[in-house]
Write a protein that binds this ligand. Structure first.
Ligand SMILES: [Fe+2]
Ligand SMILES: [Fe+2]
Length: 136
C-alpha cells in the first residue's frame, strides 16, 4: 500500500512543529503496517493509544502558541483539531469492535486529510504569523 510520504512541501517553517508532524505521520504509517500484517488487537490498541495521545499533545502545543501570541484564526483552527480528535476516536472504536477493514479505510482517509488538508492548508496559515513571533 502506497501512502503519501512526508516531503518538504509539508514544512510550516517551524522546526518543533515539523518534527511533531513527521512523528504523527510515522505513527499513522506504523498503525497501517500493523493492520496490513494482521497484528494482534493488543498491538493495534497500543499503537492507536499512542497516536491519540500524541495528536492530543501536538494539538495542545499548537493551541498554546495561538493563545500565547494571539493568533487571529485560532477559533477555526481549534475546531478542526477537535474534529480530527473525534476521527481518531472513531477509528479506535472501529478497531476495538474488530472492524479492521473499516479501520483501514478511516486510517487512510485520516492520513490524507491530515497531510493534504490540515497541515498543507490550515497549519500553513499560521506559519508566517508564528515565524514572525520568533517561534522555532
Ligand atoms: Fe499540526
Ligand atoms: Fe493544527
Amino acid at each position: 500500500m502506497n501512502l503519501t510520504a512526508w516531503s518538504d512541501e509539508f514544512s510550516v517553517g517551524i522546526k518543533s512543529i515539523d518534527e511533531q508532524h513527521k512523528k504523527i505521520v510515522n505513527m499513522i504509517k506504523t498503525l497501517h503496517d500493523a493492520l496490513d500484517k494482521g497484528k494482534a488487537p493488543a498491538v493495534l490498541d497500543k499503537i492507536i493509544n499512542g497516536l491519540l495521545d500524541y495528536t492530543g499533545q501536538h494539538f495542545t502545543y499548537e493551541e498554546e502558541l495561538f493563545d500565547k501570541y494571539g493568533y487571529p484564526d485560532a477559533g477555526d483552527h481549534k475546531k478542526e483539531h477537535a474534529k480530527l480528535d473525534k476521527r481518531v476516536l472513531k477509528l479506535k472504536a472501529e478497531l476495538d469492535a474488530g472492524s479492521l477493514k473499516i479501520g483501514e479505510v478511516l486510517l487512510l482517509e485520516l492520513l490524507h486529510d491530515l497531510l493534504q488538508n490540515h497541515i498543507l492548508k490550515t497549519d500553513k496559515k499560521y506559519s508566517a504569523f508564528l515565524v514572525g513571533k520568533g517561534v522555532k
